[in-house]
Design a protein around this ligand. Structure first.
Ligand SMILES: Nc1nc2c(ncn2[C@@H]2O[C@H](COP(=O)(O)OP(=O)(O)OP(=O)(O)O)[C@@H](O)[C@H]2O)c(=O)[nH]1
Ligand SMILES: [Mg+2]
Length: 300
């Protein structure tokens, strides 16, 4: 924090942010709103989940499936959606509703990031509550980290605000699908490089690579060999710098009257993702069993 005209300065002050001169009124107002929302998140002490990936790759479906799972009794905790950012609260409700009626959330429009704030209180009382903020952004905006010619690009200013704010605790989930893995290798590696260059506090244990739409994978390779072969650059970055790896499927998805419909909901994938998130942000294993629970499950 530096001093300017006797007033303490922080990055979260639009009036002192030099980029404001280059922006038009709509961008300025959207940027101002994002700054206000980041301040709300910080005051609330929220931990941010940032999903990265191109359009139609499955980001919103993963978020919908995760939020829905968290809201069910199976998740090992209780969820309380917070109405501190109204747009995020609406997104939470819309996502849960879509998944409950076996539909997938629709496409995300290019716009300022949406923050859904939820408090998750584990049933195990010895575990602390998690104040989670999920960021909903469009693939169209996110893929701008790479230019169409494959050079390193840049994000919209409002997305950069999250990456720039070093006091925010962010976990990154990189999403590609088994069909797009090879094509997305450069994009993911560029994003990792961007993070390494942008934020001094960044470390690779904040990253999880998820292979979406895994229900449609018909190959026989295990995940690690698959990523090693199809995404050599990303695999190299993840392995040498200890990022995580996983698959995701919202369930069995079929087109019913031209609308993708979840005919069987998957609970294993959101459970694993929630476990990673909780461990990442709170340092505890949400589903760790005590020795007597393991003993009971063996004899039952
Ligand atoms: N089979 C299968 N299809 C999926 C799954 N998740 C998403 N899809 C399909 O992928 C489409 C796009 O998913 P979205 O979650 O909207 O993708 P997105 O990354 O949010 O896309 P943008 O909003 O455009 O950035 C969906 O309409 C589904 O048809 C999955 O787990 N399995
Ligand atoms: Mg989306």
């Amino acid at each position: 924090m530096s001093e300017h005209n006797g007033t303490p300065q922080t990055f979260l002050d639009i009036s002192t942010n030099p980029i404001q001169d280059q922006l038009g009124e709509p961008e300025k107002s959207s940027l101002k709103q994002t700054l206000e929302e980041i301040k709300i998140i910080k005051d609330w002490d929220g931990q941010v989940l940032f999903l990265f990936g191109k359009q139609q790759i499955g980001k919103s479906s993963i978020l919908g499936s995760l939020l829905h799972y968290m809201s069910t009794g199976q998740s090992g905790g209780q969820v309380k959606p917070m109405n501190i950012i109204p747009e995020g609260y609406a997104f939470y409700n819309k996502s849960i509703q879509a998944i409950s009626s076996q539909k997938l959330p629709g496409r995300t429009l290019s716009a300022k990031p949406i923050n859904a704030c939820i408090e998750f209180s584990p049933t195990k009382t010895e575990l602390p509550p998690l104040r989670l903020v999920v960021l909903e952004m469009s693939g169209e905006d996110l893929k701008q980290v790479q230019t169409p010619t494959g050079m390193m690009g840049d994000f919209r200013e409002d997305i950069k605000l999250y990456l720039n704010e070093e006091s925010l605790n962010i976990g990154f989930v990189l999403v590609t699908s088994h069909e797009d893995a090879h094509e997305d290798d450069n994009l993911m590696a560029d994003f990792i490089n961007y993070l390494l260059n942008y934020n001094n506090n960044f470390s690779m244990n904040r990253i999880l690579l998820l292979m979406s739409k895994w229900d449609t994978y018909r190959g026989t390779k295990d995940l690690e060999s698959f990523v090693k072969e199809r995404m050599p650059l990303t695999f190299g970055a993840l392995v040498t710098r200890s990022g995580g790896l996983g698959t995701y499927s919202v369930g069995i998805v079929r087109d019913v009257v031209d609308t993708p419909t979840i005919t069987k909901l998957n609970t294993e994938a959101p459970k694993k993702l929630l476990r990673w998130i909780y461990k990442r942000f709170k340092g505890h294993d949400l589903y760790k069993q005590t020795w007597w629970q393991r003993f009971l499950s063996k004899i039952q």
